[in-house]
Design a protein around this ligand. Structure first.
Ligand SMILES: Cc1ncc(COP(=O)(O)O)c(C=O)c1O
Ligand SMILES: N[C@@H](CCSC[C@H](N)C(=O)O)C(=O)O
Length: 448
């Protein structure tokens, strides 16, 4: 059963308590699922690992059953030996998912919680008043909001720096640094952060500092931050991992088992573990991650090239014009499916967004449907206007989150929206960005 006191977990390097097994006969607490199927090779390609799961269900069910039960009967009044007593503490469907996630995230332990922000909340509970956090100045708005709350109410000192500049991070590192929190590509400016160098530098400066990476934009399909030196990686499972915008979920993974125990302690204590039904849906979604991501990023590449070739300034790490193209490809296996472009005129951007039909005006990304948004007014509205200005977030920036629709249909719909909004001049030869959008298109993105 679940540990019930913080002292059970504090400082322990390995799993405490008697060894137990779950229904599939695996040791608990959950360890990564074995590579599939065992034939002497260490691992198959990720696309194979994503779909293969091992299970010894009594009926041979090929997909994990939903154990929709809050409690589990025990064999004796003293608690017995069974792993599960109460779903807040553990549930077989969630365990199955967590073991699968640990395998695909190259982690020793994975934990599934009720949202991406829930995951960050669990992680930041490792901090104590007076601790310092170094993080980016181009961050998801909700992350900024939680960190600001902690700085205001919980005595945490938060340094927002340009994490694309190693020296900016280095200048803030000290023995008080408890956490370095990174996102790459950043959302929505699509800047690239050198995860490996920063992790090394942070650990050299302070061996106790935890390097935490939000891998939501890339997913384990394209990047494994733990392999690059991160201590903890988390993702909004609401995005690529589930892929259909039908659940909220968060995933946390780490290699150090004592960290996993501390995170689990908070999850059990606060009750934010992912529900059995959502664990089932996330498990189902994860199986199609490779095929979705391959299609989405191929279309994103085509759309980024389309916009750039028509004179717009586009931010996408699949484009050679991205100033950190080489850095991105040194840490990731693909460019992902989120890109942004500018028009230099917020009203023009609004007209484009509102003229799109196939592209839904919606926050979030990673879904099979394509989405269009204006981050400053939508996903990042929780960052106040003054801070957005200081961080040089263009109010006119349009974010495109590419889905799995036919790419020709997507480009046609975008073209029509650009024409309808007056963002392009139409000639006999086609069309080209006009006005401020065209001027911006001539200015290369700054090399960070
Ligand atoms: C990069 C990033 N991290 C974390 C989150 C939070 O995830 P969730 O919405 O699942 O709480 C989001 C979006 O919401 C995000 O874009
Ligand atoms: N109203 C929400 C906005 C969620 S934004 C979702 C996603 N991370 C994105 O970048 O689009 C909030 O206040 O958090």
């Amino acid at each position: 059963m679940a540990s019930s006191t913080p002292s059970d977990v504090a400082g322990s390097k390995s799993m405490a308590g008697p060894s137990k097994t779950d229904l599939d006969g695996h040791n608990l607490p959950p360890s990564p699922a074995p590579s599939s199927p065992r034939n002497g090779r260490r691992r198959y390609a990720l696309a194979t690992e994503l779909v293969y799961t091992e299970g010894k269900d009594q009926y041979g069910a090929s997909s994990i059953p939903i154990y929709q039960s809050a409690t589990f009967k025990q064999s004796s009044a003293s608690g017995g030996q069974q792993e599960y007593d109460y779903t807040r503490s553990g549930n077989p469907t969630r365990t199955h998912l967590e073991r699968h996630l640990a395998k695909i995230m190259n982690a020793n332990r994975a934990l599934a919680v009720s949202s991406g922000m829930g995951a960050l909340d669990v992680i930041t509970r490792l901090l104590r008043p007076g601790d310092e956090v170094i993080t980016g100045d181009d961050l998801y708005g909700g992350t900024h909001r939680l960190l600001t709350y902690m700085a205001t109410n919980q005595g945490i000192i938060v340094h927002h720096v340009d994490t694309t500049k190693i020296e900016a991070v280095s200048a803030r590192l000290s023995e008080k640094t408890a956490m370095v929190l990174l996102e790459t590509p950043t959302n929505p400016l699509i800047k690239i952060v050198d995860l490996a160098s920063i992790a090394q530098m942070a650990h050299d400066a302070n061996s106790k500092a935890l390097v935490v990476v939000d891998n939501t934009m890339l997913s384990p399909m394209l990047c494994n931050p733990l392999d690059l030196g991160a201590d903890i990686v988390y993702e909004s499972g609401t995005k690529y991992l589930s892929g259909h915008h039908d659940i909220m979920a968060g995933v946390i993974a780490c290699n150090e088992l004592s960290i996993g125990d501390k995170l689990f302690f908070t999850i059990n204590s606060t009750g934010c573990g992912l529900s059995p039904n959502d664990s089932f849906l996330l498990m189902r979604g994860v199986k199609t991650l490779a095929i979705r991501m391959e299609k989405q990023q191929a279309s994103a590449q085509a759309i980024a090239q389309f916009l750039e070739s028509h004179g717009f300034r586009v931010r996408y790490p699949g484009l050679r014009s991205h100033p950190q193209y080489d850095l991105h490809w040194s840490i990731a296996r693909g460019a992902g499916a989120v890109l942004s472009f500018e028009t230099g005129d917020a009203a023009m951007s609004e007209r484009i967004v509102e003229a799109a039909r196939l592209w839904a005006i919606s926050v979030s990304f990673g879904c099979v449907n394509s989405l269009i948004s204006m981050p400053c007014q939508m996903s990042h509205a929780s960052i106040d206007a003054k801070t957005r200005r200081e961080r040089q977030m263009p109010e006119d920036i349009i974010r495109l989150c590419v889905g799995i629709e036919d790419v020709t249909d997507l480009i046609e719909d975008l073209s029509r929206a650009l024409v309808q909004a007056g963002a392009v001049t139409v000639t006999m030869d086609g069309f080209h960005a006009t006005g401020t959008a065209a001027e911006l298109g001539k200015i290369p993105l700054a090399q960070d």
